[in-house]
Structure formats: structure tokens, C-alpha cells
Design a protein around this ligand. Structure first.
Ligand code: NAD
Ligand code: TYD
Length: 348
């Protein structure tokens, strides 16, 4: 039986990838490795936890001995690597943990894969999930393509850029087969409420201020998380060896316009007066080094692999809001304890 390791499968995107692989490929054994940091939550994947082709392993990718033994024991044919520290604001206050997990952790996985197959990589693949933030910031126009130069600005994007470079270096130096994808901002169910959309949904529910950084005129390209999982599935199975694929939503929004749309839909769903939630918008001190605009040219994955988003932004946002409104227990659980300390520190 073919065996694939998915790292970070208890996190936001990873949980959707694990669910997809476990259900679409019953003849493939899926091992989900996750350290269960503040961002990892096994409640994200309770629906597939009893599947016969699924195993969960709790472990830290920064522990090289542990990773080496895990690879020797399971003899993975493929790796889909999502485990990471993923929040820009946290990377500004604690860059070293980003270097440890995103850079050292990635190199540990690459090393363990190299030592396992010792140069014979027939039918093997290392798939690295990365971000469009490695390209830095766009001005008012233009799109990131696969040949845009790397120009990261935050400790988060610098650590992801570094990990991308290591994956390429292992391909060049050791002949390791790999694919890298760089995706735009995701949104959807199970998104941890430190990122813009779930944070603001949670705050609107609880009538709390909506902290918009700077003037709110920053632009992001939003993609529904399940469409990202579908793209990863396609590129993992059909992507060209050593290729990079940019994945995006063809869906740019200025933060302030997105927040106003969110407020409008939430007012309707919660039966509040029109304009009630917009009154919660509060402009706060800007994020240092805030990238002005991200926008992806996803024409390569579209033309080569036939991928395109399956839902519009309006559909995806409605599904997302409905999920949070029907899963207030999940929200309450992840926002208890340490979340409050983070929130008070970040938005003091
Ligand atoms: P997330 O923060 O929700 O989840 C990360 C997961 O990794 C968590 O389950 C956490 O427990 C686990 N993890 C963290 N450190 C670990 C360690 N040392 N060892 C093992 N597991 C560890 O992140 P996400 O938003 O789901 O992002 C997943 C991947 O996709 C990341 O690599 C991120 O850079 C990339 N990405 C994210 C976005 C986005 O919009 N969220 C966009 C493009 C790319
Ligand atoms: P975020 O969801 O953190 O993703 P990223 O920084 O990786 O793009 O932020 C999305 C945008 O929203 C970004 O321009 C920063 C902004 N933002 C706020 O204005 N207020 C907030 O409280 C947060 C978390 C983000």
C-alpha cells in the first residue's frame, strides 16, 4: 500500500488536505504528523479519524531524531508538507520559532526523505506547500507569476522563502523529486481566529471592535480552502517534477471592502440592523512592514492541470460564515485560554 505523510494535518489547510486524501484515496495510507501547537486541533478532522487508511502521529518536525525514525518506520512514498508557523503578526514578535519550524523543520523532513531512499527516488515525491508572500509586495498593478523573484518582507515570508529554497536545493543537489506550490490567502471552515476573516467573524458575533490595520487599503487575493486542497491533490499527482505552481482565487479585495461585505452578510444572518456591525470597525496601528498587495497569476496550474476555483467568493464566504455560526463550540474552544493572552498582547 502506498504511504503518504501529511504534515500539519490538524491545522487549517492541512485538515482539509487530510480529509480529501483519506476519502479520495482509500488504497493509500495517510499518516498525519502534527505537533498540535496552538493552531493544531484534532477536532478539525473528527469525521475521518476512524478511517482504516488514516493514522495520526503527534510529533515535532524540529526533532530530527524523531523524524528520521518515523521515516525509517513508515517508509513514506510521498510527503505533503504543510506544518508551519503561519501567522505574520506572530512572526514579528517571535521570529526564531518561525526559523525553527519553517526552515529547520523542513530541512529535517528533506533529510529524512533523502536518507530513506538513498538516491533511488523512483515514484517518490516531496510536495512543499508554500505561500505567495515569498514574492514580497506588489504595487497597484501586476500579478505574481512562477518566475517572479523572491523578495520576502516579514519573518514569516522570509522563513517560507528559505524553506522553498531548501526544497529546490535538495532537488538540484540530491536529485530529490519535488513540487512546490505558492498559494494566496485562504479562507473557510476551521480557520484559526487570529487571521483576518475568522477573527472578524468571531468579533462580530461578540460585538467586539474590528481592528483594521492602517487605512485598510491593503489588498489580498482570497481562495476558498477546499479549492486549495483540490489544487494540491492535482499538483501532487499530476504536477511536473521540480515544478512550481502559483495558486490563487482570481479574487482581489481591499481589506476594508472585504470587512464591510462581511459586516453586511453577518448583519443579515444575525438579524441585526443594517450597518450595525460596520460600527465596530476600528482603525488601529499598522502592521510593521505590511505588504501592500498580493495577487496571483494562476494561469499555469489552470492551463497545465485544468485547475480553477469551484466556488465564487460570495458562495465561499457564505459557506464560511454559516460554518462559524453553526460551530460556536469550536470557536469557543479555540478562543479560550492562551488565545486571550495572545489577543490582549496583539491588540492592546
Ligand atoms: P495553521 O497555522 O492553521 O496550521 C499549521 C499546523 O502545523 C498546525 O496544525 C500546527 O500544530 C502544525 N505545526 C506547527 N509547528 C509544527 C511543528 N514544529 N511540528 C509539527 N507540526 C507543527 O496553518 P495553515 O494556514 O493551515 O497553513 C498550512 C500551510 O500552508 C503552511 O505551510 C502555510 O505557510 C501555507 N499557506 C497558508 C496560507 C493561508 O492563507 N493560511 C496560504 C498559502 C500557504
Ligand atoms: P492575515 O489574515 O493575517 O493574512 P496575511 O497577513 O498572511 O495576508 O491578514 C490579511 C490582511 O488583513 C492583511 O493585510 C492584514 C490585515 N489584518 C487587519 O487589518 N487586522 C487584523 O486584525 C488582522 C489579523 C489582519
Amino acid at each position: 500500500m502506498k504511504k503518504i505523510l501529511i504534515t500539519g494535518g490538524a491545522g487549517f489547510i492541512g485538515s482539509h488536505v487530510v480529509r480529501r486524501f483519506v476519502s479520495q484515496y482509500p488504497d493509500t495510507a495517510i499518516v498525519n504528523l502534527d505537533a498540535l501547537t496552538y493552531a493544531g486541533n484534532l477536532n478539525n478532522i473528527t469525521d475521518i479519524e476512524d478511517a482504516s487508511n488514516y493514522t495520526f502521529v503527534k510529533g515535532d518536525i524540529t526533532n530530527s531524531d524523531f523524524i528520521h525514525k518515523l521515516f525509517q518506520e513508515h517508509r513514506f512514498d510521498g510527503v505533503i508538507h504543510l506544518a508551519a508557523e503561519s501567522h505574520v503578526d506572530r512572526s514579528i514578535t517571535d521570529p526564531v520559532s518561525f526559523v525553527m519550524t519553517n526552515v529547520v523543520g523542513t530541512v529535517n523532513l528533506l533529510n529524512a526523505f533523502k536518507e530513506l531512499w538513498k538516491g533511488d527516488f523512483t515514484n517518490k515525491r516531496f510536495y512543499h506547500v508554500s505561500t505567495d508572500e515569498v514574492y514580497g509586495s506588489l504595487g497597484e498593478t501586476g500579478l505574481f507569476t512562477e518566475s517572479t523573484s523572491y523578495d520576502p518582507n516579514s519573518p514569516y515570508s522570509a522563513s517560507k522563502a528559505s524553506s522553498d529554497h531548501f526544497v529546490r536545493a535538495y532537488g538540484e543537489t540530491y536529485g530529490m523529486p519535488y513540487v512546490i506550490s505558492n498559494c494566496s490567502n485562504n479562507y473557510g471552515p476551521h480557520h484559526f481566529p487570529e487571521k483576518l476573516i475568522p477573527l472578524f467573524i468571531n468579533n462580530i458575533i461578540h460585538h467586539k471592535p474590528l481592528p483594521v490595520y492602517g487605512d485598510g487599503n491593503y489588498t489580498r487575493d482570497w481562495l476558498y480552502v477546499i479549492d486549495h486542497a483540490i489544487a494540491i491533490d492535482l499538483a501532487f499527482h499530476q504536477g511536473e517534477n521540480t515544478a512550481t505552481y502559483n495558486i490563487g482565487g482570481f479574487n482581489e479585495w481591499k481589506n476594508i471592502d472585504l470587512v464591510k461585505l462581511l459586516c453586511q452578510i453577518m448583519d443579515e444572518k444575525l438579524g441585526r440592523d443594517t450597518g450595525a456591525s460596520e460600527q465596530l470597525i476600528t482603525y488601529v496601528t499598522d502592521r510593521p512592514g505590511h505588504d501592500l498587495r498580493y495577487a496571483i497569476d494562476a494561469s499555469k496550474i489552470n492551463s497545465e492541470l485544468g485547475w480553477k476555483p469551484t466556488v465564487t467568493f460570495e458562495q465561499g464566504l457564505e459557506k464560511t460564515i454559516d460554518w462559524y455560526l453553526h460551530n460556536e463550540e469550536w470557536l469557543a474552544q479555540v478562543t479560550s485560554g492562551a488565545y486571550q493572552d495572545y489577543y490582549n498582547q496583539q491588540y492592546k
